[in-house]
Design a protein around this ligand. Sequence first.
Ligand SMILES: Nc1ncnc2c1ncn2[C@@H]1O[C@H](COP(=O)(O)OP(=O)(O)OP(=O)(O)O)[C@@H](O)[C@H]1O
Ligand SMILES: [Mg+2]
Length: 342
Amino acid sequence: MSIITLEHVSKAYPSPGRGGDPVTAVDDVSVEIAEGTITAVIGYSGAGKSTLVRLINALEPVTSGRVVVRGQELSALPERQLRRARRDIGMIFQQFNLMESKTVFRNVEFPLRLAGIPAERRRERVRELLDFVGLADRADNHPDQLSGGQKQRVGIARALATSPSVLLADEATSALDPETTQDVLELLRRVNDELGVTMVVITHEMDVVRALADQVVVMEHGRVVEQGDVYRVLSDPRQPVTRRFMRTLVRPTPPHAEFAELRRLHPGRLLSVRVRDDHDVQGLVERVAGREGVCAELVYGGVNTVQGRGFGYLLHELTGPADAVTRAVDELTADECIEEVA
Ligand SMILES: Nc1ncnc2c1ncn2[C@@H]1O[C@H](COP(=O)(O)OP(=O)(O)OP(=O)(O)O)[C@@H](O)[C@H]1O
Ligand SMILES: [Mg+2]
């Protein structure tokens, strides 16, 4: 069942200069997000990711198209009902956006006050939330007494205060060091697992995609250029932008200077083999090399896993009699997962 549906959604901002063309931040995007899933939205700076999530919680009105969350078309709701609908959509931010002059308790309590919850119930709920995020002993601290990871935990507790069914995260771990990032990702996993909250996370970090995502949506110039199951997108990226992104996680070849050194040691023909768990391409290389009497030596590799399944690249050097190597290269490069590296 889809909980968030975007139908031909566009968002244009007035031109920054006078008389210029409007900026189309989101351009005819249609996406369906199933209940209980985690979707990662990736793409380079300016691709329209933040605008897209601001449309999902109606922080911004759409220019055209429909945004439907839990059966309600947000763009059609009057302000009063919109405020109520927003309580069902929590959001966390890169810079945490906490009120610095207020205690942790007051920060988490804030949305409950807005929702008109009586004081006694608010207190109970805040305790419960701080327990859940592991900050029960920090209720009376101010944000400046907390680490970045703790601040984000407060942000998460606040976002969950009104028991939303959707949580939106805009670069929620980008300001954190790698270890703290892992802790916060683990907490977000629990939010999904234990509370069943559907999540949409914007990120430029492949680790976040790997650790959290069920689906990936790739944006470029305001459009969704690729979307699908996380393993499919990572192991078989179809768009150039997705391939570039994926290469930040596993490199098909070493960086420049190192590659020159590798080339000096291995002057033979090089084949880059894309590893997927549904295609024994490594076995194919061994079979063809064996049959042609050439040697296939593994000279570089980067393999990673997502959802327990391997993906990445292996670089082989083929050496032996020239005509046999040529036959092997020709046969192997006919496979869509194998290409020759110059
Ligand atoms: N309030 C605004 N007014 C005018 N233009 C805007 C506004 N917000 C965003 N834009 C423009 O819309 C486009 C998409 O911006 P957006 O912030 O959604 O990108 P992003 O993918 O989140 O980028 P980043 O990774 O840098 O956060 C950009 O060209 C941006 O300049
Ligand atoms: Mg952004």
